[in-house]
Design a protein around this ligand. Structure first.
Ligand code: SAH
Ligand code: SF4
Length: 436
């Protein structure tokens, strides 16, 4: 418990929190909803914006066009390299402009409604985006941080809920509220860096579960939270542009992985414009079964999907495509399925990620036995593919990518589950990073 609190105390950016245990060894902290200066007056935040958007905001307060490029450069450095929280920190920006900026804008982050820290160091934040109008209390999304020795992976959301209805996915049962803007996607990384003390000037989160190789705490991004990223491609591409900018947040595009259920017409564009790594939620090797598990398959069947992977811009043995395969007991986990999977992927630079299914209340599926998963993995491995089984992470805090739901519905589901079965919400894990 003290480890997580240490982070909050040591990190000057972290809002005040209260701690309270939610499960044995896990921690839940609820923010006291601190408001950034200016937030009361409803000024918009500059955090998360692209260079073009920043230039536009500068223009709106009268900064002449010829000056905008230089000013954007300054803001960029302060916001994305140093993690500045206030315009007053921007010592190389003239006092007049600092005051004008503070009058019109803030550097507020979206609100961290709660932070949960698992015994294994996995962290889950419930983040509330600013309200977009009087009737909107602000979209809520979840974002998960998974630390390992040599990397720290942030699992980000691209939509609130999901319009697709994969039969094994919890998020799919929540109807889409809306797409996240690119700024809201980027803000998830900014919030994570705040909470972990992962800025150059911040005290590192000593004693906490963060990579121990001396590098940054967030090194990898996976778009495996709520939503289908390729139904929000414009904003995902723009967000990746901001996250990977060398003068700011500085994540390598090779360490950013976009996971899609198979929106074929958007795949090439993602490669061309974002140059990110690609993960495909395959889960079945026959159209008949995939139609049931991932209904989008009826629109874009397996053959089309694999062809799009074969021709994904930049794909090579050094930049392989990850195929995610959720292990469903008696559904897709036979030896014959494993062999068919290997045949299907022949000639595609691929790695296969076997995911133990995370049960959720009301699901008709259960997870394959460990022996079955090992046997499946062995067949795939013998055929020459690395086939890591995703380690369950964050079980005690329900930190499962692909299972994330906004708070209202989740609470209802949890209450229902407990009432119906009397069991705790175990068996939930977080997605690990795609391999570098
Ligand atoms: N919509 C995108 C990205 C978010 S889902 C996609 O479908 O790829 C992230 C991953 O979690 C996907 O591979 C998804 O199939 C998987 N997933 C969803 N529900 C799951 C569950 N209950 N158990 C295990 N994996 C699940
Ligand atoms: Fe949406 Fe992905 Fe879940 Fe399918 S698996 S419902 S695409 S979030």
């Amino acid at each position: 418990m003290s480890q997580a609190l240490d982070i909050a105390r040591r990190n000057p950016n972290a809002p005040a929190v209260e701690a309270g245990a939610i499960a044995d060894g896990a921690i839940e902290k609820v923010a006291e909803r601190p408001l950034a200066p200016g937030a009361l007056a409803g000024q918009p935040s500059l955090v998360g914006l692209t260079r073009a958007e920043l230039a536009e905001r500068l223009g709106a307060i009268g900064v002449p066009e010829r000056e905008q490029r230089m000013r954007v450069q300054q803001l960029w450095h302060w916001i994305y390299f140093r993690g500045a929280n206030a315009f007053s920190e921007m010592t190389n920006v003239g006092k007049g402009l600092r005051a004008a900026l503070a009058e019109a804008y803030t550097l507020a982050r979206p609100e961290v409604v709660s932070e949960q820290v698992s015994k294994d160091g996995t962290r889950k934040w419930l983040i509330r985006m600013p309200s977009t109008g009087p009737l909107d209390r602000g979209a809520e999304i979840e974002c998960v941080y998974i630390p390992e020795t040599d990397r720290g992976t942030l699992c980000v959301s691209s939509q609130v809920g999901c319009t697709l209805t994969c039969s094994f996915c919890h998020t799919g049962t929540q109807k889409l509220v809306r797409n996240l803007t690119s700024a809201e996607i980027v803000a998830q990384l900014v919030v994570a860096r705040d909470r972990l003390g992962d800025w150059p000037h911040a005290s590192p989160a000593e004693g906490a579960f963060v990579p121990s190789d001396g590098g940054r705490f967030v090194t990898n991004i996976v778009f495996m939270g709520m939503g289908e990223p390729l139904y929000n491609t414009d904003n995902v591409v723009a967000a990746i542009g901001v996250m990977s900018d060398n003068e700011g947040l500085g994540l390598s595009r090779r360490r950013i992985t976009v996971s899609t259920s198979g929106v074929v017409p958007q795949i090439e564009r993602l490669g061309q414009e974002a140059n990110s790594m690609l993960a495909i939620s395959l889960h079945a090797v026959r159209d008949e079964l995939r139609n049931e598990l991932v209904p989008l398959n009826k629109k874009y069947p397996i053959a089309q999907l694999i062809e799009a992977c074969r021709t994904y811009p930049g794909v090579s043995n050094a930049r392989r495509i990850t195929f995610e395969y959720v292990m469903l007991d008696g559904v897709n986990d036979s030896d014959a399925d494993a062999r068919a999977l290997v045949r299907l992927l022949e000639g595609v630079p691929a790695k296969i990620n076997l995911i133990p299914f995370n049960p959720w209340p009301g699901t008709k599926y259960s997870c394959s036995s460990w022996e079955r998963i090992e046997r499946f993995s062995e067949i795939v491995f013998r055929a020459g593919y690395a086939s890591p089984v995703r380690t369950p992470r964050g079980r005690d805090i329900l930190a499962a990518c692909g299972q994330l739901k906004s708070e209202t519905e989740k609470l209802r589901a949890r209450a229902r589950m407990m009432a119906e079965s009397g069991i705790g919400a175990e068996g939930v894990y977080a997605a690990a990073a795609a391999d570098d």
